[in-house]
Design a protein around this ligand. Structure first.
Ligand SMILES: *Cc1c(COP(=O)(O)O)cnc(C)c1O
Length: 478
């Protein structure tokens, strides 16, 4: 196709000539329509970038490089700029604390506290009574003390930062003893030995993968030892022929030998999970009562609050941690602090299962879930037949591995999808990219929308999402 100077060339000069000018792109009515609300120089810059990209593609002889692409691509890119990417997704996966979906949604009261903190001035580092400089951590410290007996508390960006900071402040240049069975990777690249190395502490592994005894810790203690570290197995289990000394035993050794006992508790549960048919998840209060000196946990896992890392324990140690230079680098912002405090207040009042979304989901009776699924199926009759099936939901968020909650889901069979001209994967993609966006659980021959993880005010959204994806018109749900 090349027609340069009679020389054979793969460059499509005709296509190059058909590339629109920047002025022509920005003047195009369909572009101008999307561009409303954007500063003109932003629109021009986007147009220049897209024209340049298509020009290069044509010069490189890329297949499908076409000047006709320019206008739709500019339009799409401008639309993307204006549309928040992190808008709501309805969680139909049945995984309550879903890391890819942003972990725990917070309570309305927590959200309001965060909004207030974000949009106004707050006495973040001011003692209102005296007008003097006050501590950022006074409020969370007071709340955690009331809930768990912790002498002091420090809130940082996330639990990974909490552990890195704690080890850096208390153990850098010295040895930390850890059971081989706890030298784990939590996910997202968080590996305990790597974090330890980053902190400047030296890891001393003791015991074996499945069995570690108190005497193993004891035998590894030297002049260089700063701490014993216990790490919660968050997202896996070792069952069968296993031994691991209790926190009480480790605490006894630490106290006798003048060491610090640090625990990475992972999820940071504050209440007993047993009433919900789940295995017992160790709580922050239990760790402290067992003699742990410093415990680190996440704010957005089983606590059900905003992203944060919470460090609680002995006041002298928390002071040392707070004084380390890294503490400033990883400190929590005022919205996170307000959110953690508001979430903790739910625990003080004992209204967690009515107010904190993840606990509301965990505690929801299966009959209520069945009823909601039936209402969805009824509203979607025109798209059906859709079945209501028993399902198993999971807590997720690196807690309670293998534990599931009885649940109910709306099932869309492959045959039903096929009747609408869709494979299950295509239907799932449509649901994800739809408005509202819905993330289903895709199984072998059907797709599930688990009611346990759909927020109470999202029922109409589920119906709308499914109806739109299948291309049917249904009466709106109230
Ligand atoms: C989740 C988890 C972490 C990391 O916490 P983030 O808040 O995600 O930084 C660290 N340790 C354990 C045991 C965990 O479960």
């Amino acid at each position: 196709m090349g027609q340069g100077d009679g020389v054979e060339s793969s460059i499509d000069y005709q296509a190059l000539r058909r590339l629109p000018s920047i002025a022509a792109v920005t003047a195009d009515p369909t572009v101008a329509d999307v561009a409303r609300g954007l500063r003109p120089e932003i629109v021009t810059a986007v147009a220049q970038r897209v024209v340049e990209r298509v020009r290069r593609a044509i010069l490189a002889g890329e297949e499908g490089a076409d000047p006709e692409q320019v206008i739709p691509e500019v339009r799409a890119e401008l639309a993307r700029l204006l549309e928040p990417r992190l808008a709501t997704v309805i969680n139909g996966t049945g995984v309550v604390i879903h890391t890819n979906l942003g972990r725990a949604p917070v309570s309305a009261e927590t959200a309001q506290a965060m909004l207030d903190a974000a949009t106004t001035y707050t006495p973040l580092e001011l003692q209102i009574e005296t007008g003097r400089r006050g501590g950022r951590m006074d409020e969370v410290t007071r709340l955690m003390r009331a809930l768990t007996g912790a002498e002091a508390t420090l809130v940082v960006n996330n639990n990974a930062a909490a552990i890195l900071l704690t080890l850096s402040a208390l153990c850098a240049g010295r040895e930390v003893i850890l059971s081989r069975g706890q030298a784990v990777e939590i996910g997202g690249g968080f590996r305990v030995p790597d974090v330890m190395a980053q902190s400047g502490a030296r890891l001393v592994e003791v015991g074996t993968t499945n069995r570690t005894y108190a005497r193993d810790y004891e035998a590894a203690i030297t002049e260089e030892t700063a701490a014993l570290l216990a790490v919660h197995w968050s997202n896996f289990r070792i069952i069968g022929f296993t031994t691991q000394p209790s926190l009480e035993e480790l605490s006894e050794i630490a106290r006798r030998r003048g060491l610090v006992l640090i625990e990475d508790l992972g999820s940071g549960c504050l209440i007993d999970t047993a009433p919900y048919g789940l295995a017992h998840e160790p709580t922050v209060g239990e760790s402290l009562a067992a003699g742990v000196d410093v415990v680190c946990f996440s704010g957005d896992k089983l606590l059900g609050g905003p992203q944060a890392g919470i460090i609680s324990g002995r006041a002298d140690l928390i002071r040392r941690i707070a004084a380390h230079p890294l503490a400033r680098a990883v400190r929590a912002d005022k919205t996170a602090l307000a959110g953690v405090a508001a979430t903790l207040r739910h625990y003080l009042r004992g209204d967690v299962t009515e107010t904190v979304p993840i606990w509301r989901m965990i505690a929801a009776p299966v009959e209520a879930l069945e009823e909601r699924c039936r209402a969805w199926a009824a509203a979607l009759e025109a798209a059906g037949p859709l079945r209501v099936v028993p399902s198993r939901a999971a807590v997720g968020g690196g807690s309670l591995p293998g534990e599931t909650l009885e649940s109910r889901a709306l099932a869309i069979d492959a045959a039903v999808a096929a009747r609408h001209g869709l494979t299950l994967d295509a239907l799932a993609a449509r649901l994800r990219t739809g408005s509202p966006s819905l993330m289903p659980h895709v199984a072998e021959d059907h797709l599930l929308i688990d009611a346990r993880t759909v927020l109470p005010d999202q029922d109409a959204g589920v119906v709308r999402a499914v109806a739109t994806a299948l291309g049917v018109v249904v009466p709106s749900m109230n």
